[in-house]
Design a protein around this ligand. Structure first.
Ligand code: ZN
Length: 282
């Protein structure tokens, strides 16, 4: 089984996670830029983070046989902080880099005018750079937030098939599918969406343009949720081809629109033995 986790924050995870993900079948992933858990105090903080997502983290993933890509953006939460918004002016020089497969995560957090501005500006940046966009839907006021997000996408120059609407659930899946965008679902350990609810959604809405991720980060989350959805799908009677479509071909098709996916990473046992850079504490 081959798995592509299209939304996971590996910066917050350990090398044990990389190993367990490889053993579970994960061969590629996308790491969207997000906030740090505490406020950034200047745009320079973004630059160091973006550089890590483009350099260090792909290297670390490659040591475990996993292809790493990223999406870069000013995230919705920090769109409200004037210490952070100048990063919008610097994004164009990052969006031309090879490891960047989309603009994201963008979208609404509290639906403020500052978030309106950041969302519209970054949808335009995606259009300008020929990149798709990863658009997160708010955890509060989900349906209202989704409708407003879809309105802004319709007014943008980005076609809906270049947009992945993420963090969907039963209440938002229909509106998202009707919009023509790709539908993303984040599977969490005990709140929000779980693997059995995901299987029911796939049964009711089909597997076309449906994308599943673990969204694992430094909070309570599980980097193996993609594999657990695959297993739950098989148990519920979906075929291996259905699983391959949802867990591999769909994310490859979506992010492949960037023209920048590089999926050929050697397996860990083919990697050079003497590479000790990832040993703890060094
Ligand atoms: Zn995320």
């Amino acid at each position: 089984m081959r798995i592509f986790d299209p939304h996971i924050h590996m910066t917050s995870r350990t090398t044990d996670d990389y190993r367990a993900m490889y053993d579970a079948g994960v061969r590629a992933l996308v790491e969207p830029s997000f906030w740090l858990g505490q406020p950034r105090t200047s745009p320079a903080s973004f630059f160091d983070y973006f550089d890590a997502l483009l350099g260090w983290e792909p290297f670390r993933a490659s040591q475990y046989g996993i292809a790493h890509h990223c999406t870069l953006a000013l995230n919705p939460k920090e769109a409200n902080d004037p210490r952070c918004t100048p990063v919008l002016d610097a994004l164009p020089r990052y969006l031309v880099k090879d490891g960047v497969v989309a603009v994201g995560e963008i979208g609404y957090d509290s639906m403020t005018p500052a978030e309106d501005h950041a969302l519209a500006a970054q949808l335009q940046l995606a259009a300008d750079h020929g990149l798709p966009a990863l658009v997160h839907t708010p955890h509060r006021d989900k349906l209202a937030g989704l409708h407003r997000t879809i309105d802004v996408i319709r007014e943008s120059n980005l076609p809906p098939e270049h947009v992945l609407l993420d963090h969907l659930n039963e209440t938002t899946v229909k509106a998202a599918a009707d919009s023509g965008c790709w539908a993303g679902f984040s599977i969490y350990p005990d709140t929000k969406m779980d693997e059995d609810r995901m299987v029911t959604i796939l049964r009711n809405h089909g597997t076309e343009k449906m994308i599943v991720n673990s969204a694992a980060d430094w909070g309570k989350s599980d980097p193996l949720k993609t594999r657990k959805v695959a297993d739950a799908m098989l148990k519920a009677g979906f075929t291996e081809d259905d699983v391959d479509q949802v867990l591999w071909r769909n994310p490859v098709a979506f992010y492949g629109q960037s023209g920048r996916l590089q999926l050929d990473v050697p397996a860990p046992d083919q990697l050079h033995e003497g590479n000790s850079i990832l040993r703890g504490g060094e």
